[in-house]
Design a protein around this ligand. Sequence first.
Ligand code: COA
Ligand code: AMP
Length: 672
Amino acid sequence: MSSTSPLREPSQPSESYESVYRRSIEDPERFWLEAAAAIDWTEPPTRALDDAGAPIYRWFPGARLNTAVNCLDRHVAAGHGERTAIIYDSAVLGTVEHISYADLTDRVARFAGALVSLGVGRGDRVVIYLPMTPEAHVAMLACARIGAVHSVVFGGFAARELAARIDDAKPTVIVTSSGGIEPNRRVEYLPAVAEAVALAQHRVGAVVAKQREGFETRLEDVRASVRDGVPAGVGNEARNETGNVAEAGTRWVDWDEAVAEAEPAAPVDVAATDPLYILYTSGTTGSPKGVVRDHGGHAVALAWTMANIYDVGPGQTMFTASDVGWVVGHSYIVYAPLLVGATTVLYEGKPVGTPDAGAFWRVAAQHGVRSLFTAPTALRAIRKVDPEGDLAREHDLSALQTLFAAGERLDPETQGWIGDLLGVPIVDNWWQTETGWPIGANPVGLEALPVKTGSCTRPTPGYAVEILDGSGQPVEPGVEGNICLRLPLPPGTLTTLWGNDQRFIDSYLSAFEGYYATGDSGLVDEEGYLFVMGRTDDVINVAGHRLSTGALEQALAAHPAVAECAVIGLADPLKGQRASGYVVLKSGVEVEGAAGLEELLAELRATVRTSVGAVADFKQVAVVDALPKTRSGKILRKTMRQMADGEEYVVPSTIEDRSVLDALAPTLRTGP
Ligand code: COA
Ligand code: AMP
């Protein structure tokens, strides 16, 4: 690999935010070519933007690189092999492991070799279903090393959601492990993967599993049961039309054995525009959208954010308390810290209960964390248990410079509480799976801007943010509207939806010509500060987890007693939002007394848990006589939500039957 530049030191605040922002919007070509100097290319870019396929743009056409080499090998080659790449801190096991850059490079090369021996090549997909253990980093970076495209699925999703992603991504291999450890239970992954593999139409060549101690299902059990025709834990619904388990042909491979037999794989040179990963996210329908991220734009943008937003550089430690299954985890637990030669904390645990609400502060103090990144819901959970912050005061947090919060709106109460407690800047940053890095943030690495409570500060350089009304006209400052991003989006944002350019255009680029519609509503004030108020669609956000009410409704509707249903997101003091379901039963379905009703409701909750996953945390559901609709048959979810949340509402003039809404009102007000 040829190197075009050394690693930059972070934060050389020589230029103001205003000036950097202006340059990024007025001359994006030059701006991003300059930023590209932070990356090692085998074929350096000569131009930044390719607009030939507009409205679908490509960044750094003609350039070539390897993302894993940029995250690993180049730091070793520069003499930093002994530096810690990952601190794996497992609060659920009570262990801490330091993994150096040299060691991680070796592990990645070996696992990449194992993938190659299982037939994975450049452009092939690998689905990764792993808990917060180092195998997640190793598997993701091994894919990047050989040009394979990974798709990580969050462990809180159930087999059906995994199967849907398998059918869309069509992986050659799935990488998994025995399971994840939740505070109250062990989550067995192998039965779920076996079920998903059997449910999916797509034939998966092999499943590679890292075996962990303390789990019930061993790889041998799955192998044996597959031989008998039924993978462990698989119900009849997993059989295909011929009555056989669909995937008896899938090989089940032990991670350690595969690695022991493998030759380390050399890095494969890929085009900057090639896909690095697919990450599925919830849209308004039940079918998830496969956000595609490329190699070149991703590497350039993330390296830029580390210096200018997160203010973390070589040898410094970042602790992002999310999960590798979410975009925050992809960007700031895995790729960005390693791209710049920093140390990333891989934390297997919760903000509370593992063992207490001081867990984050213990980790931050023990590992000398400079930047801590979490979700507001985690801060609210900590505050609930430790309102005075006594547990934080037990630790030496002098290394901590900044706390970043994202995933949902940072409410002013929580912002004030945590700011007073820690005495460091609290940076709200607003972004989405689609963008991969913040659209709005206080760029403390560049220039710490004055904070306005309730605002994620100013648009990040690279993003031309405009607020448009329903007809696509810009609104006055201070007026709420659709938050839109003028095209082209900066590098590192989604390049398309997997295998479906048209869905990409229809979902994001068609509502307002020349713009990407974020699906969020908000306003920009007179001073250019951005306030994000909420979604304009049926996406909800439960404990920082993005969910589709459409997917929850689809799960409920599959219950034999349900004629129709609606799921809405209600305000929740801990989790931001919680899902609340209202179902109408099929005529002829009899529910006997209170016990019969409770049994049915328990079944409905269980249906959502087994179809979508525990993470939906679906607890509230009520049986109602009818759902309020417009004359064209659209359920008035927004009005229902406003009534339930006690907000002001206007009943649309298109309502079909006002008495239905009136009859529902008491249930909405008191909650199911
Ligand atoms: N694998 C399997 N199951 C999981 C899981 C995972 N990775 N993550 C969560 N779950 C399960 C939980 O065990 C729980 O199951 P249960 O119903 O059997 O108890 C369910 O999903 C809901 O979990 P969770 O949302 O974590 O709620 P909680 O009440 O257990 O904890 C918080 C509350 C606030 C502590 C927790 O939601 C949290 O840590 N939130 C922060 C989320 C975050 O960082 N998001 C990042 C987005 S950027
Ligand atoms: P996800 O794709 O899971 O990251 O979810 C993205 C959505 O979460 C955004 O479109 C917003 O609705 C919401 N969101 C994320 N971060 C913030 C934030 N800082 N402020 C307000 N909303 C946020």
